[in-house]
Design a protein around this ligand. Structure first.
Ligand code: NAP
Ligand code: GDD
Length: 342
């Protein structure tokens, strides 16, 4: 039985990857940092099938202990401070977790067992003010926030440990991927949750920032397989994982309201733009959600992953919106606003 250690178990991707690896017959260890609340909602259904272990990417001693105790065959480093706006308000801890955290694990691998295979959750945010369209594995990075800059460090230190010490280390350069369990701060889930609240009469209107930003949105469930495939190849390499389609925030809003048969009409411009349903305002723009530097458009070319890994995205944009809105409607209907709106 192969052993895999996942950092970031409690996050969106951690839960999808843990389920995927369990299905493949792995013994799965999920790293969790101590919190004051129970945060195992995303892995509630598989909690008794995985080994939950304590550790923190800022605490090298905890990583040494874990690698000694578990001696995993594969490590998937999914943990990070992953919300871009928080990287401006907490730039130092973001650098420490999202950047230096990668080095800490790699160094512990080098010292304890350099045969462990390592996956690094790199990000399309590294392209930032993108130099090519679509972006490929050869596109230069131009990161535009402290999170993306920390990810660039994580990317290069992963490559360096491969080149300098022969560690089997791969970067998955994943474009945005969403799901019903996406954090509510991220724009797609903020939209699906707000649309559900409006449809069920809990709320009249919600606010967004830049409606024109474009992202290559895929489904998190499809992307877990790509992470695993990278570590099953003969040689370590880096791969873009994306859908090859890009859509604006505005389009996601329209699609989400279409799911509940509430077609949206836009009126006005810039900060004064509003979205209306049946003459009533349901979306406003609030500059509070604008970013000091925006990443205007991300679009990935997943050809290399298709060719070499045999990986392809399965879930289309409209299906992702439908899945997320329907989940939020069901959850709100069953649990009520107070239970879910935390
Ligand atoms: P997420 O939902 O924000 O999950 C992040 C995970 O990291 C959580 O489990 C969190 O624990 C954990 N974490 C944060 N700081 C930690 C620390 N100091 N020590 C240990 N664990 C820590 O992120 P995600 O969407 O699943 O993304 C997974 C990874 O892929 C992240 O590295 C992200 O940057 C990267 N990525 C994501 C996307 C995307 O579109 N989702 C695209 C490209 C790359 P708590 O629950 O305790 O906070
Ligand atoms: N969060 C948020 N909230 N974003 C908004 C809002 C809003 O109210 N209004 C507009 N947006 C725009 C943002 O300005 C951004 O251009 C876009 O929606 C997507 O924002 P997020 O969903 O917060 O994701 P992200 O693209 O910044 O980052 C995500 O994807 C990266 C991969 O490209 C995160 O998952 C990162 O961790 C990941 O690396």
């Amino acid at each position: 039985m192969k052993r895999a250690l996942i950092t970031g178990l409690t996050g969106q991707d951690g839960s999808y990857l843990a389920k995927f690896l369990l299905d493949k017959g792995y013994k799965v260890y999920g790293m969790h940092r101590r919190t004051s609340m129970d945060i195992f909602e995303r892995v509630g259904d598989i909690k008794n099938r995985i080994q939950i272990v304590d550790g923190d990417l800022t605490d090298t001693a905890s990583l040494i202990r874990l690698l000694r105790e578990i001696n995993p065959d594969e490590i998937y480093n999914l943990a990070s401070q992953s919300f871009v706006p928080a990287s401006w308000t907490q730039p130092i801890s973001t650098g420490n977790i999202t950047g230096l955290g990668v080095l800490r694990i790699l160094e512990v691998i080098r010292l304890i067992n350099p045969k462990i295979k390592f996956y690094q959750a790199s990000s399309s945010e590294m392209f930032g003010k993108a130099q090519d369209n679509p972006q490929t594995e050869k596109t230069p990075f131009h990161p535009s926030n402290p999170y993306a800059i920390a990810k660039v460090y994580g990317y290069w230190i992963t490559k360096h440990y491969k080149e300098a010490y022969g560690i089997f280390a791969c970067n998955g350069i994943l474009f945005n991927h969403e799901s019903p369990t996406r954090g509510k701060q991220f724009v797609t889930r903020k939209i699906s949750h707000s649309v559900a609240k409006i449809k069920l009469g809990f709320q009249e209107c919600f606010e967004l920032g830049n409606l024109n930003a474009k992202r290559d949105w895929g489904f998190a469930g499809d992307y877990a397989e790509a992470m695993w495939l990278m570590l099953q190849q003969d040689k370590p390499d880096d791969y873009i994982i994306a859908t090859g389609e890009t859509h604006s925030v505005r389009e996601f809003v329209e699609e989400a309201f279409n799911v509940v048969d509430m077609p949206i009409m836009w009126e006005g411009e810039g900060m004064n733009e509003v979205g209306k349903y049946n003459g009533k305002i349901v979306i406003k723009v609030n500059p509070k959600f604008y970013r000091p530097v925006e990443v205007d458009c991300l679009l990935g070319n997943p050809e290399k992953a298709k060719r070499e890994l045999g990986w392809e995205p399965k879930t289309k944009f409209k299906e992702i919106a439908r899945m997320m809105v329907n989940y939020d409607i069901k959850r709100l209907g069953e649990k009520g606003l107070q239970a879910v709106d935390r």
